[in-house]
Design a protein around this ligand. Structure first.
Ligand code: XMP
Length: 525
């Protein structure tokens, strides 16, 4: 696909729904490029973006509430194929002369919907009775003139409508959630059949499109990027490097709290696969020095955060001077920000900490960097797909989320070089066995925690031991906001336990954390 076509998106108008990003993602899954825009966008601004279609998201409001989010009605006059979802469906009905009723009847969760007639282009070919996911109080009581009712439920007479001539459609339910049986099919029918859009967009297009965008944004200026070893910063950095080559310098701060092999992976495999110019800052001793005697988790985080900024700024200053001497200022900083909710939820754990460092006064004022955030509309698995497309090592692209403060918050007690060594060995064994058992995709992450201040009695060989417990904390999660402990097969747990107690000195017990979140957090500290 050419950049021209990529520049003509499906616009997903955000009415404040928690699902708006999910809609954009489902559209991309259907092979069509999409972008999110706020509902305050005017018809003229929409026209300027020249979208191939528009989807109006759901939203928490009632169209009757004072100040309820609305849409410039001119948008419906642009002749652009449009699909309204939930609240967006009601906004559409109201704007086009239909009737939205405040009946006090609500539908939440799984609901039976009945397709009316042949279901039109939107629901055609689907079973006449189907399960859909609802979440609404108001309902469309009367479809606008010229619109055909395509579905209804026991409570909602107009649960879907369409006007083929104007290519305007709407559904009361949420087709973007997996609980709606034929949800993706509704979106695909709208995109491919009603709007006539081909399914020709994939992660390769993101790369092409972003490369072009980044080149335009950056010109001949210099750019720096902080690599954390995590997926997001690895992929965003590689993308920027693909666009501007050696105008980019990546900085990797080794704070000594990394997992086994991580530094080598970045320095060797990542550099080999991208060709990026990398500067590693060896700051392990400094970090450990400042962490000496500290046991409080928040105190540890603060110290690690502060030292990270110091280390990064030092290199930054050197690079700024170097660039100045060469006559090109450093004007940009790459950030591996994923879609905003991920940042909010802390689910983008690998880089979240680094991001907050840079955002919260992490940079000297006089530098005035602009941000390059090529992944900000994407979800983690889409980012992984792009990373693979860019040829990054699987060990990096497939990596679990890992907190910015690293192993520092997985040692309960003081962080010392010796304890880090123990934890690193135990963690490596757990990761190795989980991967060997093919369980990587089942777990969100599996923190391995050293209870450094706890000892228990054991017997190994002929002797009594007095060692430390290691905690395994395998969790399954969608976004790290909530999580459940993963039911790992006993034989895998047994193998991990045997290997850790046999191979890692000072560890004579392995325990399994069976707490969900809430009430437990994922990390122990
Ligand atoms: P919790 O422990 O809060 O973790 O359930 C949720 C997710 O966030 C990660 N995490 C962090 N990431 N800096 C980070 O960058 C931190 O200080 C931090 N604390 C927790 C954690 O690994 C999990 O994915």
């Amino acid at each position: 696909m050419s950049a021209d076509t990529a520049a003509r998106p499906v616009l997903v108008v955000d009415f404040g729904a928690q699902y708006a990003q999910l809609i954009a993602r489902r559209v991309r899954e259907a092979g069509v490029y999409s972008e999110l825009v706020p509902h305050t966008i005017t018809a003229a601004e929409v026209a300027e973006k020249n979208p191939v279609a528009i989807i109006l998201s759901g939203g928490p409001s009632s169209v009757y509430e004072p100040g309820a989010p609305s849409l410039d009605p001119g948008v419906f006059e642009l002749g652009i194929p449009t699909l309204g979802i939930c609240y967006g469906f009601q906004v559409m009905a109201q704007a086009l002369g239909g009737e939205v009723a405040h009946t006090g009847l609500r539908e939440y969760g799984a609901t039976d919907a009945a397709v009316v007639g042949d279901g039109g282009v939107l629901l055609g070919g689907q079973p006449s009775e189907q399960n859909v996911w609802m979440s609404h109080g108001d309902q469309v009581a009367q479809a606008p003139e010229g619109f055909q009712v395509l579905a209804s439920t026991a409570v909602t007479p107009v649960a879907a409508f369409g006007n083929d001539e104007r290519c305007l459609y709407g559904v009361q339910w949420h087709p973007e959630v997996k609980h709606s049986d034929f949800g993706q099919n509704v979106l695909e029918n709208f995109l491919h059949k009603a709007a006539g859009l081909p399914a020709d967009w994939n992660s390769g297009n993101v790369i092409e499109e972003q490369v072009q965008r980044i080149r335009e944004q950056v010109g001949s200026a210099r750019v720096i990027s902080a690599l954390s070893g995590g997926v997001d910063s690895a992929v965003s950095t590689a993308l920027v490097h693909r666009a501007i080559g050696d105008q980019l310098t990546a900085v990797f701060v080794d704070h000594g709290l990394l997992r086994k092999g991580e530094r080598e992976q970045v320095e060797k495999d990542y550099v080999a696969s991208t060709g990026v110019r990398l500067i590693t800052v060896d700051a392990a001793d400094t970090f450990l020095g400042h962490l000496a005697g500290v046991t409080d988790p928040e105190e540890k985080r603060k110290i690690i955060g502060r030292e990270f900024i110091r280390a990064f700024e030092k290199v930054q200053r050197e690079l700024v001077e170097e660039a100045k001497a060469e006559g090109e200022p450093i004007r940009f900083l790459v950030q591996g920000t994923l879609y905003p909710d991920v940042v909010e939820s802390g689910g983008g754990a690998g880089t979240a900490n680094i991001k907050s460092h840079h955002n919260v006064g992490g940079l000297p004022d006089d530098l005035d960097f602009e941000l390059i955030e090529p992944l900000r509309t994407l979800f983690k698995d889409e980012v992984r797909a792009i990373g693979r497309e860019l040829g990054l090592p699987e060990a990096i692209v497939g990596r679990q989320p890992f907190p910015g403060p690293g192993l520092g918050i997985r040692i309960v007690g003081e962080v010392t070089a010796d304890r880090l060594e123990i934890l690193r060995d135990a963690d490596a064994i757990a990761r190795e066995e989980l991967s060997a058992a093919g369980l990587d995709s089942e777990i969100w992450q599996c923190p391995v925690v050293l209870l450094a201040d706890v000892r228990s009695v054991g017997v190994q060989g002929d002797g009594r031991t007095y060692g430390h417990p290691i905690v395994l904390r395998p969790v399954s999660s969608e976004d790290a906001m909530t999580a459940d402990w993963t039911r790992l097969p006993y034989d895998v747990l047994s193998k991990i336990s045997n290997r850790i107690t046999n191979e890692v000195r000072e560890v004579n017990r392995v325990v399994l954390d069976v707490t969900s979140k809430p009430p437990g957090t994922i990390e122990w500290e």
